[in-house]
Design a protein around this ligand. Structure first.
Ligand code: CA
Length: 231
């Protein structure tokens, strides 16, 4: 599987220079010029790693990372922060916001590639064995694969996120608004009814295996994922 890297940087020449170097190494590369564009790209296709420039227009790179880290799904995307600032206190701020590594600009490409490889190794080491499970449902966080009763089942992106969230937070009731914040992310505007649509799709995917009742409607409150049979 190709490793996908998202470059978030408002200076086009730098973005293109990095893109060229990464593509030569066999990475698939996406670009975003600001935080809003980055957020929409991430929601469409989750990158395996992100390079985030500190100084972005509107929302800064640091604040972008902070908001991504608050979101359950994007919490574990590895991030290397790029910055023209070289001060130690900036480095600390970047790392505290949730960056995994930090590089000063101008970016030395060889060093950047080495840091990317190291970070990917580290993050894969953590997540490779990370399989979430509930009964016959298994979700592999590293490969994004879902099997039910040992059979691979294809999930759409949103259904995947929903199921992942539920597997990580079983036996608790979440309102539609909470699910929107935690699964879709605060920066994305969607109606609460959208949640119902995707819950319906999720149940439909689980139904052939007789496990759709794990996704439970709690009247007047929201939804709960539970292995206990509804009474
Ligand atoms: Ca910049």
């Amino acid at each position: 599987m190709t490793t996908r890297i998202l470059i978030i940087e408002d200076e086009k020449p730098i973005r293109e220079m990095i893109r060229f170097a990464l593509e030569r190494e066999g990475y698939a590369v996406d670009e975003a010029g600001d935080a809003a564009e980055a957020t929409s790209r991430i929601s469409r296709q989750r990158p395996d790693l992100m390079l985030v420039d500190w100084m972005l227009p509107e929302v800064s790179g640091v604040n972008l990372i902070r908001s991504l880290r608050r979101n359950e799904i994007n919490r574990d995307i590895p991030v290397i922060m790029l910055t023209a600032r070289g001060e130690e206190s900036d480095k600390v701020t970047g790392l505290e916001a949730g960056a995994d590594d930090y590089m000063s600009k101008p970016v030395a490409i060889k060093e950047l590639l080495a840091r990317i490889r190291a970070l990917l190794r580290r993050s894969r080491g953590f997540s490779q064995e990370e399989t979430l499970q509930a009964g016959i449902i298994k979700l592999n966080i590293a490969t994004h694969q879902i099997t039910i009763n040992e059979q691979a089942v294809h999930f759409g992106q949103t259904e995947y996120r929903l199921l992942k969230f539920f597997l990580q937070h079983p036996e608790r009731v979440y309102s539609r608004g909470q699910l929107l914040d935690l699964v879709w992310g605060e920066t994305v505007y969607v109606e609460e009814r959208t949640v119902d649509v995707h819950i319906l799709r999720l149940r439909k995917l689980l139904k052939p295996y007789g496990v759709e009742s794990m996704v439970q409607t709690v009247r007047g409150a929201g939804y709960r994922f539970s292995q206990a049979v509804e009474s």
